[in-house]
Design a protein around this ligand. Structure first.
Ligand code: FAD
Ligand code: 2HG
Ligand code: ZN
Length: 454
């Protein structure tokens, strides 16, 4: 099917068939997936998205919606020659006219752009993570992104009040009414959050803002055992109303980050386990922490760094946030993003090295993650040639521990073969029926979530 017709329907400058440009959109961030596409289409309005999808549906042309292309599960990669629909040019952001605590954003606005606008009114947006300067609102809605502050503010689903989107047949659905209470049938924002571009293309959303805490304090603890880290995580969550993040990582990861980014050693590598906790609230956060049960630990624990200035806090956060980049510098890892109930976390983490070693003694597992959510990221370097075996074995182990095989990155193309480990046949059948209702021709992100969705 020639796209000349589509070109004539849209204004100029919307479709690029330049191979060099297409190349910059068609490989995924992790380097594992390399796609190819005939064109990248960059709509500039919801109506244009509707026009494109209407044409693609009529002509049965598969499409891959794309935001910042920072996804971790191959969801934005055209593996079967689909057209790429990039939302990056739709990036207007404004405060809502009807509610001071809300922002209206087009899908291509980045997290950082939202965060910066919110700050103009001393507000914050509840989702934050290291890819903030490229990940888009549309992409974070599509993946129901989590990140560093889920403990306090919840995942993206909790930040989205209203959504506007275009279905696989080119129909515009949803609204931007910004009403928190709107029980008029199925809740589209919840449904589209986490749908990974398989039901509709998100074009705009109304986002909830929160008051900016007056003060933030970051505390890095060096610990000896995983159980110490789990216990400290539970203590922070149960005793402080001001805890905002709890991040776990290990010496092996810190060594890699330091090697790549030339950061100072932490306590001369005396401890092997790190827990980075962030507290936020009114002035006096540290005083209040000293008064609660953590106070004793703050006074007596010897491997502890407390940062109150933005510069110092950022310095501590680098050891955690740079893990993904430092690992990618070394090769293409097998990436797993799982949730484990806190009570099973120690057993899970204690078992990983053995599972990997038994399958491939040369493999190098790195583990880090959002410990308060039980969300661990496993990045396993040198897993070839046993990638699939290792992946399946670990995911089965996760399910046996009552965990989830995808915590925050989604299923995408990478985890589609394993959806059945988590979801029963009836659930998958219902999911497929829902997809058919939104996208009867199966043009939106074929092969994402379901191995064969067409
Ligand atoms: P893309 O990668 O472009 O797309 C992701 C998926 O959404 C694809 O399936 C795509 O088809 C679909 N999609 C994109 N835009 C739309 C749209 N407008 N409508 C419908 N579907 C759409 N994720 C976390 O959850 N937590 C983290 O802490 C986190 N940290 C990260 C750190 C780094 C360094 C990196 C590189 C990534 C991280 N991620 C994290 C993963 C990633 O940033 C998120 O999944 C993010 O939500 C993807 O946004 P994006 O705009 O890049 O989407
Ligand atoms: C994070 O928490 C991200 O840093 C990325 O979710 C995780 O690289 C990864 O596997
Ligand atoms: Zn994460």
């Amino acid at each position: 099917m020639s796209i000349a017709e589509l070109k004539s329907l849209l204004g100029s400058g919307r479709i690029s068939e330049d191979e060099d440009i297409i190349k910059t959109y068609s490989d995924d961030w992790t380097g594992r997936y390399r796609g190819s596409a005939r064109a990248v289409i960059s709509p500039q309005s919801t109506d244009e998205v509707a026009e494109i999808l209407n044409w693609c549906s009529t002509n049965r042309v598969g499409v891959v919606p794309q935001g910042g292309n920072t996804g971790m599960v191959g969801g934005s990669t055209p593996l079967n020659g689909e057209l790429i629909i990039s939302l990056r040019k739709m990036k207007n952001v404004n405060f809502s006219d009807t509610n001071d605590n809300q922002i209206v954003a087009e899908a291509g606005a980045t997290l950082l752009e939202i965060q910066n606008l919110a700050l103009e009114r001393s507000m914050i947006y509840g989702v934050d993570f290291a890819a903030r300067d490229s990940a888009t609102i549309g992409g974070t809605i599509a993946t129901n992104a989590g990140g560093l502050n889920v403990l306090r503010y919840g995942t993206t689903r909790r930040q989205i009040i209203s959504v506007e989107a275009v279905t696989g047949t080119g129909e515009i659905i949803g609204n931007l009414n910004g009403l928190d209470k709107d029980n008029t049938g199925y809740h589209l924002p919840s449904l589209l959050c986490g749908s990974e571009g398989t039901l509709a293309i998100v074009t705009r959303a109304k986002l909830r803002l929160r008051p900016k805490p007056k003060e933030n304090v970051s505390i890095l603890f060096g610990l000896d055992t995983i159980q110490d880290a789990v216990n400290l995580t539970e203590a922070c969550v149960s005793t402080s109303t001001e805890i905002i993040a709890c991040e776990l990582f290990f010496q092996k990861g810190v060594d890699l980050v330091r090697e790549a980014y030339d950061l100072q050693p932490l306590w001369n590598n005396k401890n092997s386990i790190y827990l980075l906790c962030e507290f936020a609230g009114d002035l006096g956060v540290l005083d209040r922490l000293n008064e609660n049960v953590l106070g004793e630990m703050l006074r007596t624990h010897d491997s502890i760094l407390v940062a109150t200035s933005d510069r110092e806090r950022q310095r501590l956060w680098q050891y955690r946030e740079l893990h993904t980049l430092a690992i990618s510098n070394k090769g293409i890892p097998l990436k797993l993003d799982v949730t484990i109930p806190l009570g099973n976390l120690t057993h899970f983490l204690d078992s990983i090295a053995t599972i990997c070693g038994n399958i491939n003694p040369l493999s190098i597992p790195y583990v880090f993650g959002h410990s308060a959510d039980g969300n661990m990221h496993l990045n396993i370097l040198q897993s070839e040639p046993n990638v699939a075996e290792m992946e399946e074995e670990i995911l089965k182990f996760v399910v046996s521990l009552d965990g989830s095989i995808s915590a925050e990155h989604g299923i995408g193309r990478a985890k589609a073969p394993y959806l059945h480990l988590q979801r029963n046949e009836e659930e998958i059948r219902l999911f497929r029926e829902m997809k058919k209702a939104f996208d009867p021709k199966g043009i939106l992100n074929p092969d994402v979530i379901f191995p064969t969705s067409r």
